[in-house]
Design a protein around this ligand. Structure first.
Ligand SMILES: *[C@@H]1O[C@H](CO)[C@@H](O)[C@H](O)[C@H]1NC(C)=O
Ligand SMILES: *[C@@H]1O[C@H](CO)[C@@H](O)[C@H](O)[C@H]1NC(C)=O
Ligand SMILES: *[C@@H]1O[C@H](CO)[C@@H](O)[C@H](O)[C@H]1NC(C)=O
Ligand SMILES: *[C@@H]1O[C@H](CO)[C@@H](O)[C@H](O)[C@H]1NC(C)=O
Ligand SMILES: *[C@@H]1O[C@H](CO)[C@@H](O)[C@H](O)[C@H]1NC(C)=O
Length: 478
């Protein structure tokens, strides 16, 4: 009797484990509308009639199409390839302290592989051209260099693994485990600011980058990192923060122009949104970031723009979960020893109104299409910034960008606040497709959110595998 119930239990658990694992390895095929690029170019015309019937079956058909039918090209004939950008919202990974209990350590460890599972599954399925970490890669800006390096290593190897040819320089630096040399960085920054170097485009300009390294792995996605408040701080940002960020994650402000000398130019603009409002401990960071915005404003550009920044633009209450809110450090919300922060910017939900207008004007001054991707609020949100012209008789055209759920004017830019990839937000990934419309001769941008599931289901699938092996072994032995 006991044997029969053990056997029954074993098979029930085995079956549940199989179903759970099937789910976690194939979930995008259950939600095809949200987990694919807007356009795919599979060669479905030359399929046999059995295959054609097969691919029309929900789920099974999508799996077959995904894994057995190759994509022949990535854009319409005679038009440029689609831009396929995978956006990762606020992973905010935690670390362990000597006082961290074992159960929390296990949770942190599992969380790395839960997030890593999403990326390892989706990268080959989607084959993105660009992957963007939307900021708040880590959960706190108040960590030492050693912990910053350790989290960076986890980020590069467990969460979003990449070929060693692209990462060895950073990994070697991390392995040395020396404190960051922020004093040299301080001198470099101050000298360049004084010399006016940041007022010129040279420092910010890139073109047609496919790989940051000389490995030239053009089939791998290009990784772009956005500064978040938990990576470098808000008003409390120091040279130490910036030195280690720049060393391991690159510049905080720059652009990459693609296909400039064609009929379909487009660019990516990366902006450090933490250093545009203030007051800052190091006001020179703000000065430098505004010089970047000024350079952008003065740059002649006639293509479409994808703006990537962590903090969303200003919008009225009610459009997203987060309304406008700004906090400054005061004597009640400062830790002891942190009194030097009093008066500085502590946090904000949106960039300030004037700041947002200035950025939108600088980046989207042309009437070309564009899109803004941000992170920060975790819930996710989509809006349109409509440009309302003002009728005045001056030569300078002037107007105001106003956020709304709808397109209301001829000139508008969509803003997407990417939902967080954290388990509590269902392990979501943002998929942005840029497609060149040959008739209107302009880039069209589309965004969809692909949710996975809370982390507990992923855990259950792992525990299920262990239990199944254990129970099946016992059953086999007795
Ligand atoms: C796109 O437009 C160009 C010229 O504007 C033309 O040569 C090309 O054939 C068009 N491609 C498609 C797919 O319509
Ligand atoms: C980071 O990792 C190294 C090597 O594993 C270790 O020696 C060091 O203590 C870690 N740093 C922290 C702050 O835990
Ligand atoms: C990188 O590889 C591409 C082909 O994949 C090639 O066209 C290009 O010239 C290479 N660039 C460099 C700098 O080697
Ligand atoms: C972005 O971060 C990764 C580490 O995850 C690094 O390898 C890569 O070089 C960074 N990008 C830039 C432009 O520095
Ligand atoms: C980009 O293209 C435009 C127009 O074709 C040209 O005026 C400009 O100099 C180019 N910019 C760069 C950096 O090549």
């Amino acid at each position: 009797m006991a044997y029969r119930s053990l056997s029954l239990l074993t098979w029930v658990i085995t079956l549940i484990t199989i179903l759970l694992n099937l789910y976690i390895y194939t979930y995008p095929s259950l939600d095809c509308d949200h987990c694919k690029w807007k356009y795919t170019y599979k060669d479905v015309d030359s399929l046999s009639s059995i295959e054609s019937k097969l691919i029309n079956i929900p789920y099974i058909g999508d799996l077959y199409e995904t894994y057995f039918i190759k994509e022949t090209h990535r854009g319409g004939h005679g038009t440029p390839s689609d831009i396929r950008l995978l956006a990762i919202g606020d992973p905010q990974i935690n670390g362990n302290w000597p006082s961290t209990p074992y159960i929390k350590r296990l949770d942190n460890f599992g969380n790395d592989y839960y997030l890593g599972h999403i990326y390892r599954l989706m990268k080959p399925r989607l084959d993105p051209t660009i992957v963007v970490g939307m900021g708040d890669l880590f959960s706190s800006q108040w960590i030492g260099d050693s912990e910053f390096y350790n989290r960076t290593k986890r980020y590069m190897t467990r969460l979003f693994p990449r070929p060693l040819q692209q990462t060895y320089a950073e990994l070697e630096f991390i392995a040395d485990h020396k404190d960051i040399d922020w004093k040299t960085h301080y001198d470099w920054f101050r000298n360049n600011l004084e010399d006016g170097f940041f007022q010129k485009p040279d420092y910010y300009h890139y073109s047609d980058i496919k790989d940051w390294t000389s490995a030239n792995l053009t089939n791998e996605p290009l990784f772009i990192n956005i500064t978040g408040n938990h990576d470098i701080g808000y008003g409390d940002t120091t040279y130490q923060h910036m030195a280690r960020w720049r060393k391991l994650f690159g510049k905080d402000n720059y652009w990459i122009e693609y296909d400039n000398d064609t009929k379909h130019p487009w660019r990516i603009v990366v902006l450090n949104g933490l250093a545009v409002d203030g007051p800052l401990l190091q006001p020179e960071f703000q000065k430098y970031t505004w010089q970047f915005i000024e350079v952008l404003k003065n740059r002649e550009y006639h293509g479409s723009t994808i703006l990537l920044t962590h903090i969303p633009m200003y919008k009225r209450e009610g459009l997203c979960v987060d309304g406008p809110r700004v906090d400054y450090y005061n004597k009640d919300n400062c830790h002891e020893g942190g009194e030097y922060r009093i008066g500085l910017l502590k946090s904000e939900n949106h960039l300030q109104y004037e700041t947002s207008q200035a950025i939108l004007n600088a980046v989207f001054k042309d009437s070309k299409s564009g899109i803004i991707l941000t992170g920060h609020d975790h819930e996710g949100c989509e809006n349109y910034y409509n440009f309302h012209e003002r009728n005045n008789n001056e030569d300078e055209p002037s107007g105001e960008w106003i956020a709304s759920k709808d397109v209301e004017t001829g000139k508008y830019i969509k803003e997407v606040t990417v939902r967080s990839i954290m388990g509590d937000y269902d392990g979501s990934l943002g998929l942005m497709t840029g497609h060149f419309n040959n008739d209107s001769e302009s880039w069209e941008f589309d965004y969809t959110l692909c949710p996975f599931i809370v982390q507990h289901v992923w855990w259950a699938a792992q525990i299920g595998i262990l239990s199944t092996i254990l129970l099946q072994s016992i059953n086999w032995l007795i």
